[in-house]
Design a protein around this ligand. Structure first.
Ligand SMILES: [Fe+2]
Length: 162
């Protein structure tokens, strides 16, 4: 038993932030592959990004955002619309390398949007969540984290960076 001290909320925000960092690094891999004319490499990195974002977005949208809807309704709707757009472009690579010649540029444009999207969450939504959510609400967020997992093991899990 752990008397609530705020550690759960900080751990959740830390994990979400780590996942953002991983996505930014992977988007660098996309740019490198694009520079090399390596569309299959872009698609592979896109699948890796999608794997990180699948549970990450679920924690944000099913865990965090519902508790903040009264405070930031328009902002959250815009972030969710951006999530759907990002998912759609990444999904084009789900089963292999997209044959649409427009896809590589769509992916680069989308990842550019994602790099703007991440600070909006980290600078606005996450601090607001830390300020607003109650202990019970953080427990509900934790339950979503436990259900959906993460594609980016934290140091606490003992995973090595390989
Ligand atoms: Fe996020």
């Amino acid at each position: 038993m752990c008397e609530y001290c705020g550690c759960q909320s900080l751990a959740t925000i830390r994990d979400l932030t780590n996942e953002h960092d991983t996505v930014v690094n992977l988007s660098g891999a996309v740019q490198t592959a694009h520079h090399d004319g390596n569309t299959p490499g872009m698609a592979e990195a896109a699948r890796a990004i999608a794997a990180v974002l699948r549970p990450h977005t679920a924690v944000e949208e099913a865990g965090l955002f519902p508790f903040m809807a009264a405070e930031l309704p328009g902002h959250l709707a815009a972030l969710e619309a951006e999530h759907r757009h990002i998912e759609a472009v990444l999904a084009a690579a789900a089963d292999g390398t997209p044959t649409d010649p427009a896809w590589p540029q769509q992916l680069l444009d989308t990842l550019g949007q994602l790099r703007n999207h991440i600070p909006e969450e980290q600078d606005d939504v996450f601090p607001a969540a830390l300020a607003q959510l109650s202990a019970e609400e953080w427990e509900a967020v934790e339950a979503v984290c436990a259900r959906v997992g993460t594609a980016v093991p934290t140091s606490a899990t003992g995973a090595s960076a390989g």
